[in-house]
Design a protein around this ligand. Structure first.
Ligand code: FAD
Ligand code: PYC
Length: 404
């Protein structure tokens, strides 16, 4: 501040692309940067480039509402999301960068008898996987969240809920910047403003990429381009089972601290938390049409705010400060793809839909392992593209934070 915000030391270099790398990661979001970091730090591969068409973290990493939890239904999901949660717990130390991971708890509300019964069943499944989760009564919820209206006369009354106390939030930009700085320290080239326009192949094997800054050769290419995975896959002649849709969020003007947990209400398509700056952070369900535009429709925002005002009456007089959208790539089973492809040396990590931020460290960790060894480990294996041939789907629509 004393230098008027000038002469700040750069946290990572901005090198010119080299003609060739051992590994290229396409997409400089949290997942891509984490992949590069773990490739360098664990697998000792240092000749790596991360190629980003805009600025790092400018995609869904910088647009999401940062909810972190591992309370999914199936064992396969518990494997990847709990792996990620454990990495979150040590990430600030690992990166020497404060990612502001705050384990303030994530509470999911039930608004009908049926939803509550499903929740009880899910809590049992989650606990069987050794993951923390507790059912809560309306009275316990009211005590934890004084601003919530738990009266039984609401259109969608609060019938109960369940909480994962180890869940919470993190600072999204810090995650991208922390991984970028740590990867750069290990020699990774982070190349921004460089759009990948083609994937080069010879004899069924990847040989490099075409970009807006020229051709770059590589023995291995990992694509982590949330929102545009289908587009990038087409560059290699692949069709992914993915839909791309807008997902919106908004923040209110900042107010004094009044909410110290995260609350999701899937039945009414709204969720809420309070940022460290004091803004109330709100999110909705996905907009119901396919689009590559990073904005959504007004009725979705109206619906979210109507549900919000009913559940949290104090918000009725707050002003909305900003709204925005991101594009989420969703698979038919609402689970991600972490996979080799039919092109040798070409890998995809995508399809995290509305819920990939929480997975960032775990996703990068297992994707780096897949790229380095050309073989999925136990955590990644269930998320291979093969599941769309075998039918071994991992249906997590019920546990996705928001409706698809
Ligand atoms: P991104 O950060 O989107 O990175 C992909 C990068 O690829 C982008 O920077 C893009 O510019 C780049 N790219 C694309 N095409 C090319 C190309 N041709 N050449 C070069 N680069 C390219 N998840 C949660 O867990 N919790 C939440 O609370 C949550 N809330 C959300 C709220 C909203 C409004 C949205 C939109 C998403 C939310 N998500 C949430 C989902 C989460 O944001 C994503 O799953 C996650 O951030 C994906 O990370 P990523 O690093 O793969 O993607
Ligand atoms: O995956 O937990 C989640 C989530 C909440 C809001 C958007 N995604």
């Amino acid at each position: 501040a004393l230098s008027y915000h000038e002469n700040w030391q750069k946290a990572w270099r901005s090198p010119e692309p080299k003609p060739e790398y051992d590994v290229i990661i396409v997409g400089g979001g949290g997942h891509g940067l984490a992949t590069a970091y773990y490739l360098a730090s664990i697998h000792g591969i240092r000749n790596i480039a991360v190629i980003e068409k805009g600025w790092i973290g400018g995609g869904n990493t910088g647009r999401n509402t940062t909810i972190i939890r591992s309370n999914y239904l199936w064992d396969e999901s518990a494997g990847i999301y709990e792996h990620a949660l454990k990495l979150w717990e040590g990430l600030t130390q690992e990166l020497n960068f404060n990612v502001m991971f705050s384990q303030r708890g994530v509470l999911t509300l039930a608004h009908s008898e049926h939803e509550l019964k499903e929740m009880r069943r899910r809590v049992e499944a989650i606990r069987l996987n050794g993951i923390d989760s507790e059912v809560m009564t309306p009275a316990q919820i009211k005590k934890l969240v004084p601003i919530i209206d738990t009266s039984p006369t609401l259109r969608y009354p609060v019938m109960g809920g369940f909480i994962q106390k180890r869940g919470g939030t993190a600072r999204h930009d810090a995650v991208a910047w922390g991984y970028a700085r740590a990867a750069d320290d290990l020699g990774v080239d982070i190349i921004q403003n460089c759009e990948v326009t083609g994937i080069l192949r010879e004899g069924g094997k990847v040989t490099g990429i075409e970009t807006s800054r020229g051709t770059i050769k590589a023995k291995k290419v990992g694509c982590v381009t949330a929102g545009h995975s289908g587009v990038v896959a087409e560059m290699a002649g692949l069709h992914l089972p993915i839909d791309s849709r807008p997902l919106q969020a908004l923040v209110s003007e900042p107010i004094k601290p009044c909410l110290d947990t995260v609350i999701m209400s899937n039945a009414v398509h709204m969720y809420i938390s309070q940022s460290d700056k004091g803004e109330l952070v709100f999110g909705a369900g996905v907009d119901s049409y396919n689009s590559y535009s990073q904005r959504g429709s007004v009725p979705t925002v109206e619906g979210l705010l109507a549900a919000g005002v009913e559940l949290y009456p104090i918000i009725s007089r707050l002003r909305v400060l900003r709204t925005w959208g991101g594009i989420v790539d969703t698979c038919p089973d609402a689970s991600p793809i972490i996979s080799k492809t039919s092109v040798d040396g070409l890998y995809f990590n995508c399809g995290w839909g509305t819920g990939g931020f929480k997975a960032t460290p775990g996703s990068g960790h297992v994707f780096a392992d897949l790229i380095a060894r050309d073989e999925p480990n136990k955590i990644a294996a269930p998320f291979s593209l093969k599941r769309f041939e075998t039918g071994y789907l991992i249906d997590e629509h019920g546990a996705a934070g928001v409706a698809h």
